[in-house]
Unconditional design. Structure first.
Ligand code: HEC
Length: 657
């Protein structure tokens, strides 16, 4: 795999258009820089839930998204964490089965899997109290908010409220405008209003054109719309190219301050870098507001207080997508933002002034390619090109803040842009870091390096910062030095985050990557002595089944073999669209994912697909135990039959026009 910078285009030098960037960054219209009360606290802290064991009342711990917990877990007790209980995860999605941080209130854990199904689990015993199923796939992250007796969340295209005591659905409201949009976030909830956004994609594909991210404020009791904030215009910056362009939306809940304001980070524009006809984003001219912007809004009206765009005319999917974090340092209220571009930014929460920004993780010289495109200097840009951070890199998951230090989990994983429309990503080659920065100055305090990417966010308690890494490790680092204080092997690979409620730490082994690994939610508790099962013993296809597969799978194309062939292929296609399309390209299914190899090029036989889907590995999740042997066989037969056949195939399926 390419080392850092190993693939820089020979001899090319970038003109750094410093003035242009500065000009674009200073267009923030400011409002309400009223009284400055140095002593007031920044956000509504903690949760209201009465609990014996402790609470984690918001998706990111508190209303300011600090992911800082209080309680007895610290460097002297952490080694006594043992497994209190586990609950199996049944969903199997593009990015594993699970990508939410649970909510803990009233001694109950509220959690959602990547099929949008919601469970209420007894914190003490792990017993499932109720479950409400939606079976609506999401690429994640997703998750819940809890307040006023209700549990709020999203499916692949809607927002809902459930009765907190029973799980009964109270209302459901579709949010998407078309089949190319979706919902991928834990909502925010404050003072009776639910905040939830759409994004320009869903489990069947992203950035297919005409996708607009819209933040909706909904009445928590009725689901009625209070206001909507269009994070990008419905004309998508050029009304002639609405069918190609898309962008914006939120991937995480807002931060709430105590003055009735919310802070949101808005995601990237697309296509990226562009299309063959309109390279380098030429179908979407200009800075593409409000993509890659931090926006402060009035919570009750949706009016803009100020905004700051950190990356105009983004070319590389470098979302500013993480939840903004509210904190204080040097006598001012601050808001911190970050995302896949691999920078951490600090702003004055009152007037929006940028205080500092700091590059984290590996960058290889493309951070200002957007300025070249904006200036029309296309001769300075070319494909193929390998870019750090990649589309699953940078600060990919949530930061945490405690005591004047911000902790950013960074993924070092490049993307190879083969052309304007074809990208390649070697997910197994990813590595990562936890970086600690001084909140007041942005200075780096320490870096801890990991052999695989930390997709597990940062969570702080008792002078420890926790994360998980993709290889299935749970880590506790010393907040002062970055040294490892404790580590634990989870029973499967993971991209799950962590919630801490009192003496209990909740996480998941969410991304099985080898034979026998099973996805599960796990509660670790001080003094508990259990162990999580590593699985194994799940029935593998027998010899007889393999024979049947060969006979039924064949190399026949649709209609060829008669019999059940067409029906089986339809079933296989349905599974592919739900489970595989987000990562693989396969024209017949209208799939254009780039995380795994292009299956039209690879043209694998059914046995290869079957083995890979069952056992995973190399960055691909294992589906054995999540899909039945029969389902795996049908998707394998389908892929073997259609790969490289150039799509077209009648069959009404496929989403991309
Ligand atoms: C999270 C992303 C992801 C999902 C979801 C995913 N794959 Fe993969 N897949 C990968 C990656 C990454 C590789 C490359 C693995 C490697 O290099 O060993 C891969 C490899 C493969 C291969 C190549 C195997 C080989 O050895 O040549 C096949 C076939 C395949 N996947 C089929 C599927 C099917 C079918 C599904 C749905 C059931 C699926 N994948 C779901 C990421 C994914």
């Amino acid at each position: 795999m390419d080392g850092c910078g190993g693939r820089l285009q020979g001899g090319r030098r970038h003109l750094l258009l410093v003035g242009l960037l500065a000009a674009l960054l200073s267009i923030a219209g400011c409002g309400g820089d009223d009284d400055t009360t140095a002593s007031r606290t920044t956000f509504v802290a903690g949760g209201s839930g009465t609990s014996e064991r402790g609470t984690w009342a918001y998706p990111n711990g508190d209303a300011g998204n600090t992911r800082k917990a209080d309680g007895p877990i610290n460097s002297s007790t952490v080694s006594r964490l043992g497994v209190a209980w586990t609950v199996p995860i049944t969903a199997a999605g593009t990015f594993g089965g699970y990508a939410s941080t649970p909510i803990v209130v009233d001694d109950t854990v509220y959690t959602q899997d990547l099929a949008s199904n919601v469970q209420a689990i007894d914190l003490e015993s792990g017993e499932v109290k109720w479950e409400t199923r939606y079976d609506s796939p999401s690429v994640g992250p997703n998750g819940l908010a809890v307040g006023d007796g209700r549990v709020y969340g999203g499916t692949g295209d809607s927002a809902f409220a459930l009765d907190q005591a029973t799980g009964r659905e109270l209302w459901l409201l579709r949010l998407t405008r078309n089949e190319r949009e979706g919902v991928d976030m834990a909502p925010g909830y404050m003072d009776g209003i639910v905040y939830i956004s759409t994004v320009p994609g869903n489990a069947r594909g992203f950035y297919r054109g005409d996708g607009v991210g819209i933040l909706h404020a909904l009445d928590g009791e009725t689901g009625r719309r209070v206001w909507s904030f269009y994070t990008v215009p419905t004309t998508l910056w050029d009304a002639r190219h609405v069918d190609i362009n898309s962008g914006g939306g939120l991937w995480h809940p807002p931060a709430f301050d105590e003055e009735g304001k919310i802070y949101v980070d808005v995601a990237n524009p697309a296509p990226w870098p562009g299309t063959e006809e309109f390279p380098w984003g030429q179908s979407r001219p200009g800075p593409n507001l409000f993509t890659n912007s931090l926006v402060k809004l009035d919570a009750s009206s949706g009016e803009i207080e100020w905004y700051q765009q950190v990356l105009p005319h983004d070319l590389y999917d470098w979302d500013l997508h993480l939840p903004p974090v509210l904190t204080e340092a040097g006598g001012r209220r601050m808001v911190l933002s970050s995302g896949k571009g691999g920078y951490v930014y600090a702003f004055d929460a009152d007037n929006g002034d940028r205080l500092w920004s700091r590059s984290v993780g590996v960058h290889n010289g493309h951070d200002r390619d957007n300025e070249l495109a904006l200036a029309g200097r296309y001769e300075m840009l070319e494909t193929p090109v390998t870019v750090y951070p990649g589309v699953l890199g940078g600060v990919e998951t949530q930061m945490a803040v405690d005591d004047g230090v911000v902790f950013a989990p960074v993924v070092d994983l490049p993307t190879r842009f083969e052309s304007q429309e074809r990208t390649r990503l070697d997910i197994a080659a990813g590595r990562g870091q936890m970086v600690a920065l001084d909140v007041e100055t942005g200075e780096q305090k320490w870096v801890h390096r990991f052999a695989t990417p930390p997709y597990g966010a940062a969570t702080v308690v008792g002078s420890l910062v926790f994360t998980t890494t993709f290889d299935g490790m749970l880590w506790a680092l010393d907040t002062a030095t970055g040294e490892i204080v404790w580590q634990e092997r989870l029973p499967a690979g993971t991209n799950a985050t962590i919630a801490i409620a009192g003496d209990t730490l909740l996480t998941a082994a969410s991304f099985p990557q080898g034979p026998g690994q099973k996805a599960q939610v796990i509660a670790y508790r001080i003094g508990a002595t259990g162990r999580a099962e590593t699985g194994g013993g799940e029935a593998q296809p027998t010899g007889g089944e393999e024979e049947r597969r060969e006979e039924g799978g064949g190399q026949t194309t649709e209609g060829g073999g008669g019999g059940g062939g067409a029906a089986d292929l339809a079933a296989g296609r349905a599974i592919f669209e739900q489970q595989c399309a987000g990562c693989h390209t396969l024209a017949d299914a209208g799939a254009s994912g780039t995380v795994g190899p292009d299956l039209d090029t690879l043209r694998p036989d059914a046995a290869t697909v079957d083995e890979k889907v069952t056992n995973g590995g190399g960055g691909m999740p294992a589906f054995g135990g999540r899909l039945s042997a029969e389902e795996i066989r049908s998707v394998a037969d389908y892929v073997a039959a259609v790969a490289g056949q150039g799509g077209g195939g009648g069959g009404g399926g496929g989403g991309t026009p």
